[in-house]
Design a protein around this ligand. Structure first.
Ligand code: ADP
Ligand code: MG
Length: 691
């Protein structure tokens, strides 16, 4: 029997070239794809509800006789159809309707309809129900199973998807859809049969527990979630293997440059920095590429660790690229590395997307000619950027880069042959469960010690009706020789408007705080302007800095001990934590005022409450994850990394240890099952191991 994975959708009835193309767009090319395109939720159309028993909010099938139909001219013109079944009256309301539709609503006509019941002007109503006329027919049978609602795309109706899955289900059996989980594992992890799980989820019986399905607790969902997570794990393992199987330039431990660097640094590395630097140094000396993630809370001193790694490559005569997700952060790194490396006689080049024309050409040329250190944004990933002897790539704030981008780097190594070592640094501590799943391809080092002399930041929640008091507080702090940040948050995702708002706030604060030296920094300013403002704030020439969230990362002014964040409810907790990390770097007691706009939602209150209670980045990350879900938190929506069909990392977190073990067993004993699983669950672009 042919496997469903090998039968194209075009063999199904009603699938021509045009439809096949639409289906391909959502990844449905084979019958197996159709069966793994699982419903998002279900409707219960298995019984007809008497009108008298309807409740608002309920989705229901109703059957009745048309008692009248009128076009109502109110605020919006609508067609109102009254339907009766002897137990009561219901109104169907259509805001869009054709003449033919209206003509079909003759008094005495029998209709069956389905929709959400809601309270309306005439009692209970259904807006735009799905309906069919039963004119002169026997009342047709109701559905025998729950009705699946599939994820879809434009031009692909539920009706069509149901029809396709129906056809595919007819050909489903244990032989047409092989179970790649060996029976031994199925027994060990108590997993049901694959074909039965699939059948159940496409057409749950009328007595299925809708609540259980909605919460993802049914055994069939459990069975598929396990396989999906397992496949995800396998793909990351494969990625890891494929990277490890490449050659990297082994970099012998460095002496001269690190010594000179540390002599000039002005402080001693912390114990954690020394330990992590040693872990990295060991990896770099190997002939296989390092893949290491350094997790460390904001302010833990990751940059020094990165610099030590860079020096090992530089001393061996290779190039190093350091990449950051935003221009301001990249700039800060550029300034730091330039300051640190120049005295050692090492050149540092700069490349960002905004660099254009001659400056860009020059930068590309220098990189090609082997300038030792290059700092920039994701512009460094572009094809036209060619390194001469790239041996190490450092990526700051990895969660904003996708796995794909990281893979692109592999082709930039020495002569396109040797793969560069990769060091990834993240300030957003990742909850353990997620780290296990999202970063299964990386080794991890943890910087769990802050440099000495940091003071915990006292965080306050203040309603914006008390803005004037807060302004006075700023005046007081600056009067005492301290410095302060005033942060304006993003407005509706529009950078333009956010910058304008910052300019207005700046003008207001200048007026309110006459005599204080106030500066402004935002994303629309030229790099040189931004650098000048930052410099003035650093030297203390400016006392108050009004900023957009561009200061989130990379800014370091120990004398700043007060931060006001406007509309903190608009930001993620991780981002708030990062921002707040800009204060509390000196010896003075520091404060962070979250100037929120009431009323706060219940979740909003809980989230800001967490900020007040703790300065521990890991704890904040765990809570943020609970409240918002993983995709949101890691910023990986775009990368698709954590988009699962059935699995849910929060809900299924307890499966992960078993999934890891199962993945290991499968790789060792049934390696031939890996590729079919990847093909089944991951769209082509996501099959990391095969890029
Ligand atoms: P992050 O981990 O958030 O990237 P940074 O690397 O920006 O932290 O370091 C934050 C600040 O702490 C910088 O001013 C840095 O110079 C300083 N710093 C780093 N390590 C130490 C240390 N061991 N002792 C004192 N200050 C340090
Ligand atoms: Mg940093």
């Amino acid at each position: 029997m042919t496997e469903l994975a090998d039968i194209p959708v075009t063999t199904l009835k009603g699938v021509g070239a045009a439809l096949a193309e639409k289906l391909a767009r959502v990844g449905l090319e084979t019958l197996q794809d159709v069966l793994f395109h699982l419903p998002l939720r279900y409707q219960d159309r298995t019984r007809i509800t008497p009108i008298g028993a309807l409740r608002p909010g309920q989705d229901a099938v109703v059957e009745g006789t048309v008692a009248g139909a009128d076009v109502i001219m109110g605020r919006r013109r609508s067609l109102l159809v009254r339907l009766q079944d002897g137990s009561g009256t219901l109104s169907l309301r259509f805001f869009h309707f054709s003449q033919a539709q209206k003509d079909g609503m003759k008094r005495g006509n029998q209709l069956r309809c389905y929709g959400e019941v809601r309270p309306g002007a005439t009692g209970l109503e259904i807006y735009h129900p799905e309906y069919r006329s039963l004119q002169g027919q026997e009342s047709p049978a109701v559905e025998q199973t729950l009705t699946p609602i599939y994820p879809t795309t434009e031009g692909l109706t539920q009706q069509r998807l149901r029809n396709l899955s129906q056809q595919a289900l007819l050909r489903l059996g244990p032989h047409s859809l092989p179970d790649w989980l060996p029976a031994e594992l199925a027994v060990e992890y108590r997993l049901g049969a694959l074909d039965q799980a699939i059948r159940y989820l496409h057409r749950p019986p009328a007595d299925a527990d809708l609540q259980e399905l909605a919460e993802g607790r049914h055994w069939a969902q459990h069975r598929l979630a396990f396989e999906e997570l397992l496949t995800h794990q396998l793909s990351l393992q494969r990625l890891r293997e494929s990277v490890r199987s490449q050659q990297a330039p082994p970099l012998p431990p460095a002496r001269r440059l690190p010594q000179a660097f540390l002599d000039n640094l002005g402080f001693q590395p912390t114990g954690a920095q020394k330990r992590v630097a040693a872990e990295i140094a060991y990896d770099l000396a190997q002939a296989e590429p390092m893949l290491r993630l350094v997790q460390g809370d904001v302010g833990a001193g990751k940059t020094v660790v990165a610099a030590l790694a860079a020096l090992q490559a530089l001393e061996a005569g290779y190039q190093v690229a350091l990449m950051a997700p935003t221009e301001i952060l990249a700039e800060q790194h550029f300034i730091n590395f330039d300051k640190w490396l120049n005295p050692l006689g090492i050149e540092v080049a700069w490349l960002a997307g905004k660099l254009k024309g001659k400056a860009r050409a020059t930068a590309l040329e220098r990189i090609g000619a082997g300038v030792p250190m290059v700092v920039g944004t994701h512009a460094l990933f572009q094809d036209e950027v060619r390194f001469q002897r790239l041996a190490l790539v450092v990526i700051d704030e990895q969660h904003r880069f996708g796995v794909q981008q990281r893979l692109a780097l592999r082709r930039k190594g020495v002569d396109g042959q040797l793969c560069p070592h990769q060091l990834i640094m993240t300030a957003t501590p990742i909850p353990r469960t997620l780290a296990m799943s999202a970063y299964a391809d990386l080794d991890t080092s943890i910087l769990d010690e802050l440099p000495p002399g940091r003071t915990p930041v006292n965080t306050l929640l203040v309603a914006d009706s008390r803005r004037l008091e807060v302004i006075e507080r700023v005046r007081l702090a600056c009067g005492q020789g301290r410095q302060a940040y005033w942060v304006c948050t993003l407005i509706e995702e529009s950078e333009e408007m956010t910058c304008q708002a910052a300019e207005t706030t700046y003008a207001d604060l200048c007026a309110a705080l006459g005599g204080l030296r106030v500066g402004l920094i935002h994303g629309r300013m030229k790099p040189a302007e931004k650098a000048a403002v930052m410099q003035d704030f650093k030297t203390g020439a400016l006392q108050l800095l009004v900023a957009t969230t561009v200061i989130e990362v990379g800014v370091d002014v120990p004398n700043a001990s007060l931060m006001i964040i406007e509309n903190p409810e608009r930001l993620g907790l991780a981002q708030l934590h990062q921002l707040r990390g800009r204060v509390g770097r000196g010896s003075a007691a520091s404060h962070c005022v979250l100037l929120y706009h009431p009323p706060l939602s219940q979740i909003g209150r809980e989230r800001l409450g967490i900020m007040r209670e703790t300065c521990d980045g890991f704890l904040i990350a765990e809570k943020d994850l609970e409240l918002r879900g993983p995709g949101e938190m890691l910023g990986v929506r775009q990368t698709g990394l954590l988009q699962f069909k059935v699995a849910d990392l929060m809900r299924d977190a307890d499966l992960l240890p078993a999934v890891r073990d199962a993945a290991q067993t499968l790789l060792e004993r049934w390696p031939q099952h890996v590729s079919p699983l990847l093909a089944r669950w991951l769209r082509h672009g996501q099959q990391y191991g095969q890029v």
